[in-house]
Design a protein around this ligand. Sequence first.
Ligand code: NVA
Length: 316
Amino acid sequence: TQPASLRHFLADDDLTPAEQAEILDLAADLKADPYGAKPLAGPVSVATIYDKPTLRTQSSFAAGIAELGGFPMQVDGKLAGIGVRESVPDVARVIGRQFGMIVWRTYEQAKIEELAAYAGVPVVNALTDDYHPCQLLADLLTLREHKGELAGLTAAFLGDAACNMGNSWALAGASAGINVRFGAPEGYFPDSDILDRAAKIAEQTGGSVKVDHDPAAVATGADVVITDTWVSMGKEDEAAAREAVFSPYAVTEDLLGLADPDAIVLHCLPAYRGKEIAAEVLDGPQSVVWDEAENRRHAQKAVLSWLYRQAQNVRP
Ligand code: NVA
């Protein structure tokens, strides 16, 4: 149905380390001149579909696609009845003929992989249960702005590392040559398939990925401290049990005090002050979460421009 060489961005390791670096460079250029480049002029229409709640993602994709000269259209996944009224492959074959690219936030990774297999145009993962790769490009762009060269930095990810953000930090962090350490309770690390993939990538880049149950050991000396909600979208029923098990991993001022004195703090948001992160930390001088949120737009503009250019090259 489509050339094997058509590129998508469904998981962080769909990009090689060199491609990730190229996209981060492009994102920095686009940030420096947000209205300059118009690679989607025409305009190229881009479908964005959200099956889970969204603030940053829907606004940054809409604004970013417009800045690139494209036309962002939010397709209502419920009205369309994706996988209910029509199968995912049928939806893919229809919308792939209307739009130049498709952006989807949904639950199962297998569904976005199915969409990509039939769409005939690039598909971008705007968060699934398994990965949040656009967020990671924004995180890495933010880290680069504050710390320069990414390779060799130490990142401490605390809390629920068994979610999309933990998985994406393992893969994208390893690609960037970062030493990624996860501090989480038993059962809440990225699964072994992800850790194996990340370890293979780290062998090429000089990064590393380690897991530890001791939050203090993980935070000590880190260049960047990262956390995420303890209750990811779709896990609301487990909220009470999760709060009990994750509380030692909260990013408090004391825990942050163990990191490098110039460490920055990242959080993909929404944040729950007093739960995974103390208000004093989120609102404090080391937090760069608003830069991080802005960088979603620049990073996504870069990945969309890059994928669109690749797709033009593979068209018959
Ligand atoms: N792990 C979180 C990320 C939110 C952007 C979730 O999936 O809800």
